[in-house]
Design a protein around this ligand. Structure first.
Ligand SMILES: [Ca+2]
Ligand SMILES: [Ca+2]
Ligand SMILES: [Ca+2]
Length: 407
């Protein structure tokens, strides 16, 4: 009897170990889509397909079938702000110095781009902002604080933070406004939007996509989205509307750099709170991706982020060192003279503060002086758009030196 009991106990123990082993076999891929809320767009109701009477929860299930378990079926997030929320079945660890996460998109570099070096890699880049969340109340649900991963354009002065757009359902008695010059634009006043800065515009309709662009499972008369709006990233390289190039931002976004490149991967160490303060997370359980630009590229239509899946790079073995944001690793130095760069990444103007009136010099990376300027106490703007890309130094008369990168 005793012996039998011992055997049964051992069997139970084995069962328990078996259960523990299978529970520990974390999936590297999306376990569940929690929310699918695209903004209006030309692929909405198609990717995934809306069928009559589909409810929001049925559309969530469809998005789940597209993305979970590495199914890699593309979904579209529509115009700016449209989003998807998904989660993993475990915590994606934040390992120091390493890329942790990847969101798969369909960005590509166009070999036919006539100006490949003008602004870096160009092709089809439709950058989506990535937010992450740690399941701090341990209930397995995404009801915890969200943190934005601060990508390369986070400090770009043209990036708008705390931005909101409201899209309005097309009235039943709406009359289409076709574009007489560009016949493919069948309605240039199709879906009106208004932003938090008083700006307005339309999501236009085009002849390639004739279905409704409004998410048909929503019965709301308006849809409101909030977040960060990235600067426009497209250029009409043809000058006549026939060839648009969407230039990739350096790092930190979904559907921006081609899958598989280090710059397409994400580092949880980039997480910031809503005030821009860096947040140290042990890892994350949930991810939100939303379309980060609000722009219209002629026959290409509005720019919309696409998502095909996501992976925990520590489980797939893709967790290479974060060399993508390494150029940002220059410290925000603050010295005795109070010379402080507001950002070490410069697009047009180097913005810095100084506590004294002094002369500053810009030098190339070898220390060769390029030009100088007089600085007053407070914030100064030094035009740098004439400088080629690269690293430079800003030096004061008393030798204080700061490094910056011209993008
Ligand atoms: Ca990391
Ligand atoms: Ca895309
Ligand atoms: Ca939670």
């Amino acid at each position: 009897m005793l012996c039998c009991y011992a055997v049964r106990r051992a069997a139970l123990l084995l069962l328990c170990i078996g259960a523990a082993v299978s529970a520990a076999a974390d999936s590297p891929y999306i376990a569940r889509v929690w929310e699918y809320c695209p903004a209006p767009g030309q692929f909405v109701n198609e990717l995934p397909e809306y069928e009559e009477d589909d409810s929001p929860s049925m559309m969530r299930v469809k998005a789940d079938e597209c993305l979970a378990d590495d199914a890699q079926v593309m979904i579209s997030l529509g115009s700016w702000g449209g989003y998807v929320v998904f989660g993993f079945d475990h915590m994606v660890e934040n390992r120091s110095g390493l890329m942790d996460l990847q969101v798969l998109g369909n960005a590509f570099v166009a070999n036919s781009n006539p100006n490949p070096d003008k602004q870096g890699q160009g092709g089809s880049s439709e950058p989506g902002i990535v937010m992450v969340s740690y399941d701090s109340n341990a209930n397995g649900k995404p009801d915890d604080p969200w943190y934005e991963l601060a990508g390369s354009e986070y400090d770009n002065p043209a990036t708008r933070h705390h931005y909101t757009v409201t899209y309005y359902r097309t009235p039943a008695d709406h009359t289409a406004t076709p574009d007489n010059d560009y016949k493919y634009l069948t309605d240039t006043t199709y879906i009106r939007w208004r932003d938090s800065e008083g700006g307005t515009g339309y999501v236009s309709r085009n002849s390639s996509h004739t279905q409704s662009y409004w998410p048909l499972w929503s019965d709301a008369d308006s849809l409101v989205f909030s977040g960060t709006r990235l600067p426009d990233n497209y250029t009409d390289e043809s000058g006549n509307g026939s060839y648009y190039v969407q230039y990739a931002y350096r790092y930190g976004y979904a559907d921006n750099q081609p899958n598989g490149t280090v710059a397409s991967k994400l580092n949880i160490e980039w997480a910031v709170d809503s005030t821009g303060q860096s947040v140290e997370l042990p890892g994350i359980h949930f991810v939100k991706v939303y379309t980060g630009v609000l722009q219209y590229c002629g026959w290409l239509g509005e720019t919309s982020t696409e998502v095909l899946g996501a992976a925990d790079l520590h489980l797939t073995g893709g967790d290479e060192p974060d060399t993508a944001s390494a150029k940002d690793a220059l410290p925000m130095e603050q010295g005795k003279g109070g010379l402080c760069l507001l950002t070490t990444l410069v697009h047009d103007n180097l913005i810095y503060t100084s506590s004294v009136a002094e002369q500053v010099q810009v030098l190339d990376r070898t220390g060769q002086p390029l030009f100088s300027a007089n600085t007053n106490p407070g914030t100064s703007y030094l035009p740098c758009s004439c400088l080629p890309q690269g690293m430079y130094l800003l030096r004061t008369a008393n030798g204080e030196t700061r490094k910056f990168i011209k993008l």
